[in-house]
Design a protein around this ligand. Structure first.
Ligand code: TEU
Length: 525
């Protein structure tokens, strides 16, 4: 792969490292575990692995609280394991990116320990410290995404520090140019080592309004509860804590570094309005941003998933598509496995980069995690059990065994989730009609149809229930209605989610990829 924008041809796959594959029997997934499954990912047809954070971490947020940005956490392996994984992935033609988590560090990061130690420590201004408004009164009314105030009081210097997530995740002060320099040098460190880019965690957080003013409270009729945060978060209009204009400069500088390395930057930017999201994608912003509309279509975004997809694809040709992640309820739980595969089929032909979340390819529904075994700080702090992220994080079911072939230990860091043999890779690989094999066929057929993804889609007027677009000679269609529906025209069937061989009416929740049959030209008269 030599194209500078190689990600435009790639299908991504999110590896939630703690739950993918444990090689050393400690109950935590690790890098050698991922290495042992590279052949599987290659067989599936994945081109781009997103590894969730492997950096040193006390694991208060399972890796999203980093205490050393330049080392691998021993639970996950060593730097040498990472080098080997990147090398072998490259040999198989796959790229590897990981998270850049720099809205906050861990409270155990040496920067924070120094910052806490005194008001005149040179690292004090790496974080946001302020005096309270009065005894026991935080400096402003900001709340944390996972619940409680966004400030924690520290007796030692009689000031409060800001954290938009848990108190163990103090926010870096992006108003301080030294922070930007440190982060840029960390980025270069990993890109020079062979990483192919970053998924930028909370890409729209980072900078704060320099005066740290209160956020206005929303009137009750404008509060939208959409999961991913505790209710408190949604009672405010986040004018001053996230989405600041200074972000664009940060993203622009990162983009230059990435472009020097031919690397890919995809932002986690939690915005449901496709137009607003596309606004982040200037020529010099990050290369792509995840679109969350399909993750939240049913809950909030106010339209059918097909409408959302079309609006987003029309707004921008460079979005990254996902239906699930380690933060959200699984797609098969929300849509059913068949509809989720149909949606993946639609995204696979659009410009942009489609991502699967580990287990999506198996049609996995949420795993079962009893409340008393919850690990997610969001569930623990906010008591938000309707949106317990543990359910999408239970270990990957590799084999029909008690520990799922995930680990040799009796227990994993999270319960195994009540999986059945039919959920496992082992069983589904042997069944040609499995949802796993349907995903595999889809990923492989995509490579054979260059009109897809590189040609602007034309959306077709079709029978009710059908959603379809055309790229060159290729049409991708899905039936989201309740009755069979057919496309007019002569077609060659290249792919069907239900594995049939002849074109014909699409069953409900079926999707197909078709090629127009060229008609012989009429004889010259
Ligand atoms: O998630 C960010 C996150 O939680 C927000 O996007 C939130 O859902 C949104 O603002 C609600 O409106 C990332 C990681 O994916 C997650 O696992 C981490 O816990 C979090 O950052 C903190 O690093």
């Amino acid at each position: 792969m030599t194209r500078q924008d190689w990600w435009a041809d790639a299908v991504g796959y999110e590896v939630y490292l703690p739950s993918f594959c444990d090689s050393d029997g400690d109950g935590w997934g690790d890098l050698p575990g991922v290495l042992s499954k590279l052949d599987y990912l290659h067989w599936l047809g994945v081109d781009l692995l997103w590894l969730t954070p492997f950096y040193r971490s006390p694991m208060h947020d399972h890796g999203y609280d980093i205490s050393d940005y330049r080392d691998v956490d021993p639970r996950f392996g060593t730097l040498a394991d990472l080098d080997r994984l990147i090398d072998e992935a490259h040999e198989l033609g796959m790229r590897v990116i990981s998270d850049l988590v720099v809205n906050h560090s861990s409270n155990e990061h040496p920067w924070f320990l120094m910052s806490r130690s005194s008001k005149d420590n040179p690292y004090r201004d790496h974080y946001l410290w302020r005096p309270g408004r009065g005894p026991g009164q935080p400096p402003n009314n900001w709340v944390a995404t996972f619940g409680g105030p966004a400030w924690t009081y520290d007796e030692h210097t009689d000031e409060w520090y800001a954290h938009l997530f848990t108190p163990e995740q103090p926010d870096l002060d992006w108003g301080n140019p030294k922070v930007a320099d440190e982060v840029e040098s960390i980025m270069r460190f990993w890109l020079d080592r062979g990483l192919d880019g970053f998924r930028v965690d909370t890409a729209h957080y980072l900078a704060k309004h320099p005066d740290l003013p209160d956020n206005p409270r929303l009137p009750a009729d404008r509060v939208r509860l959409i999961g991913g945060a505790v209710a408190d978060w949604y009672h405010y209009d986040h004018q001053h804590d996230i989405g600041q204009p200074a972000l664009h400069d940060i993203h622009r500088r990162w983009r230059m570094i990435a472009d020097d390395h031919g690397a890919f930057l995809v932002g986690e930017t939690h915005m449901l309005d496709p137009g607003a999201l596309a606004g982040y994608l200037g020529r010099d912003g990050l290369h792509s941003y995840f679109y969350f509309g399909l993750i939240q279509a049913e809950v909030d975004a106010g339209g059918t998933e097909a409408d959302l997809l079309r609006a987003a694809a029309t707004a921008s040709p460079a979005l990254s598509w996902a239906q699930s992640s380690h933060d959200w309820s699984r797609a098969a739980t929300r849509y059913g496995a068949a509809r989720s595969l149909a949606l993946t089929t639609l995204t696979i032909g659009l410009p942009g980069t489609p991502f699967l979340y580990q287990g999506d390819e198996l049609g996995l529904v949420n795993g079962v995690v009893p409340a008393d075994q919850a690990q997610d700080p969001l569930a623990k702090r906010g008591g938000n059990h309707e949106h317990n992220r543990d359910a999408s994080r239970t270990p990957m079911p590799w084999r029909a065994e008690e520990n799922l072939g995930f680990t040799s230990a009796d227990k994993a860091w999270l319960p195994f989730g009540d999986r059945t043999p039919a959920d496992t890779v082992e069983v589904q690989q042997q069944d040609p009609h499995s949802i796993l094999n349907a995903h595999r066929r889809l990923l492989h057929v995509r490579r054979e149809l260059p009109d897809l993804r590189r040609t602007e889609p034309t959306w077709l007027d079709t029978a009710p229930g059908l959603v379809a677009y055309q790229c060159g000679n290729t049409v991708v269609a899905a039936n989201f209605g309740t009755a069979p529906a057919e496309l007019d025209g002569d077609w060659l069937l290249r792919y069907s989610t239900v594995d049939r061989t002849e074109p014909g009416p699409l069953a409900p929740d079926e999707a197909v990829i078709l090629e127009r049959v060229a008609r012989p030209s009429p004889p010259a008269s």
